[in-house]
Design a protein around this ligand. Sequence first.
Ligand SMILES: C[S@@+](CC[C@H](N)C(=O)[O-])C[C@H]1O[C@@H](n2cnc3c(N)ncnc32)[C@H](O)[C@@H]1O
Length: 231
Amino acid sequence: MGHFVTSKRDFRARAHSNPLNDAEFLVPEDPCSVDWSPFIPDIGTRSIDFVDLGCGYGGLLCELSTAFPEKYMLGMEIRDRVASYCVTKLEELRRLNNGKYRNIGFIRTNCMKFLPFYFPRSSVEKFFICFPDPHFKKKKHRQRLVSLRFLSEAAYCLQPGGMIYIVTDVEELFHWMNHQFAQHPLFLKKEQHVVMQQDVLLPYLLNHTDEAQRMKRRGQETQYWNVFQRK
Ligand SMILES: C[S@@+](CC[C@H](N)C(=O)[O-])C[C@H]1O[C@@H](n2cnc3c(N)ncnc32)[C@H](O)[C@@H]1O
């Protein structure tokens, strides 16, 4: 990878950003006319395959970029300084690794609200939701990313047969998210043993997010996960 100087310490950010605030995000008017090439230089006229929702510091997509060079991927992050870190880190990776990391990009936005403004109907292959903010207090549950409304928007953007992956270390949130999916008419839960046998992405999701790396450093192991398929 070469010598890497961008440090998370230079991009300190508040722990949370309220996704219910109507902060001024500029969103595309028409998802079909978005030119992604300023963010994802090699994309041409192709559409985005994988989307990391609440990507944090972007570690997962940086790993996936070289593992799946034929896929185009976007990380969405609401916190300004964290999204800036992703962009700076990506510029540095591109500079140090000629011709690589040109299939991924990062933007700052609120993915709880604006998905259909970014992705045309039936275009996305996979959404990743890794370690979403748990918002433990009951009155803050409205701020949780996965809700019935959110799933309808994600289902609209997903290809038929497309997938949503969820990973968390918070058991209560895991049950909550499973419950939202179970109530939604457009998703089916994949059998975990089938995913473990067949899905080449799963090991990346369980081992290469920034949060999974942090858990590993602390000796924590339990990650709850599931994969849901759009009908
Ligand atoms: C605990 S971090 C997990 C980061 C990363 N997915 C990982 O697994 O390492 C959750 C991230 O989601 C971001 N986030 C929360 N709500 C969001 C929203 N509505 N839109 C975009 N990003 C959001 C937070 O700012 C934070 O960086």
